[in-house]
Ligand binder design. Structure first.
Ligand code: ADP
Ligand code: MG
Length: 370
């Protein structure tokens, strides 16, 4: 396993890129620590596959270098990089048996047949392929074929890293959950460096120790699921992570107060020094909706309330702006008008999409979470 370092990396599929828009990956420096399980999360087209293919050597970056444990591998071919990669669709040999498919990467490396048998059996058991080892791959279901692909990625224990590019896309939902848990167990057992690409936040949050969030060719935040939830460093992370995402509202800051279409919201001492146009972010979970006015609350109109069984989502209007408020299943939601409370400890302020770090020297006792 290896520590993978990307330095001054950027990639454009154009031969003569002219502007930022011509780059699939904007310039970045990034380290994947040895033995960690990462999820690479972002919407379709943000550059996840490009980044993965640069690590494995399938794509040569237009700028910058890739190194494994300090050794520059930028000039090496994929087969010289010692990487296992699992793609969205099965890559297997249809005419071979399941056993031979799994053994193939090991035979290629010249392992002894007894060692191969032990390892293939171990992987087959983990993926519940042990019953079909002697069957020809061609005759199996799409799910089973993708499990073979996963197995081929997992069978070698000497790889620098295993890269998964949305590997569970073709798998049915029930099996998906099972395989995701399996991959997590496999990581815990073998401490492999794993990078798991997905556009599904739930998949990312359940698989990884660290989630790397990408947006428009850039890494915008790396963090634990909790860090991404509580402290989004970028408004994109705020609304992409969470269900529903963070409420983000344009505001004017002055002396620790945020004004949003005429309503004034105290944001706490830590933001007292800010002035002018900013964005205020707060998650639907942290807003409180009251039936009667309480000090520091803002009057809102309640548009609709959706009952999701385990919780309720109220959509409210504050001036021209819509917000979502998440309430517990048993909470009584006011029907036409309500008063919205913005607990200062959960308010985040952004400038041009980026989090403005609170000024801790101005911290007051109530703002413990900042
Ligand atoms: P993701 O995997 O996050 O969906 P990709 O890395 O596939 O994103 O794509 C990033 C951007 O690069 C997209 O705008 C896509 O259209 C473009 N792109 C990807 N592959 C190629 C290619 N082979 N040639 C030209 N453009 C490409
Ligand atoms: Mg992709």
């Amino acid at each position: 396993m290896a520590r993978i370092e990307l330095k001054n990396l950027a990639h454009s599929y154009h031969s003569k890129p002219k502007s930022e828009a011509d780059y699939a990956l904007q310039q970045m420096d990034h380290v994947w620590e040895d033995g960690q399980a990462y999820a690479l999360l972002g919407p379709s087209g943000c550059g996840k596959t490009t980044l993965l293919n640069i690590i494995s050597g399938l794509v040569k970056p237009s700028e910058g270098t890739v190194s494994f444990d300090g050794e520059d591998v930028s000039a090496l071919l994929p087969q010289e990089r010692n990487i296992a990669q699992v793609f969205q669709f099965p890559v297997i040999y249809d005419t071979m048996s399941v056993y031979d498919n799994l053994a193939f990467p090991l035979r290629n490396r010249g392992l002894a047949e007894t060692d191969i048998r032990a390892r293939v059996n171990e992987v087959a058991e983990m993926l519940e392929l042990d019953d079909v080892l002697t069957r020809r791959a061609a005759n199996l279901s799409a799910d089973a074929k993708q499990k073979i692909s996963l197995g081929r990625g997992l069978v070698r224990s000497d790889v620098a890293a295993i890269l998964f590019d949305e590997p569970l896309t073709v798998i049915d939902p029930h099996l998906k959950l099972y395989l995701r848990r399996k991959l997590k167990q496999i990581h815990a057992r073998f401490k492999l460096t794993m990078v798991y690409v997905t556009h599904d936040q739930l998949e990312a949050l359940t698989f990884a120790d660290k989630v790397v969030v990408m947006h428009a060719g850039q890494v915008v935040q790396i963090g634990t699921p909790q860090e991404l939830f509580e402290n989004p460093q970028h408004t994109f992370v705020g609304y992409f992570i969470g269900s529903p995402g963070m409420n983000i509202l344009p505001c004017n800051m002055d002396k620790g107060l945020a004004t949003i279409s005429g309503s004034v919201i105290p944001v706490g001492a830590v933001h007292e020094s800010l002035s002018g146009a900013h964005e205020l972010g707060i998650r639907p979970e942290f807003l409180r909706l009251h039936a009667a006015a309480v000090a520091g609350t803002v009057k809102v109109t309640i548009r609709e309330t959706e009952d999701l069984g385990s919780c309720q989502i109220a959509r409210v209007k504050m001036g021209d702006h819509s917000l979502k408020v998440k309430l517990d299943e048993g909470d009584t939601v006011p029907t036409e008008e309500g008063y919205l409370e913005f607990p200062p400890k959960w308010i985040r302020i952004y400038a041009d999409g980026k989090l403005v770090e609170p000024d801790r020297s101005l911290k007051s006792d109530v703002e413990i979470a900042q």
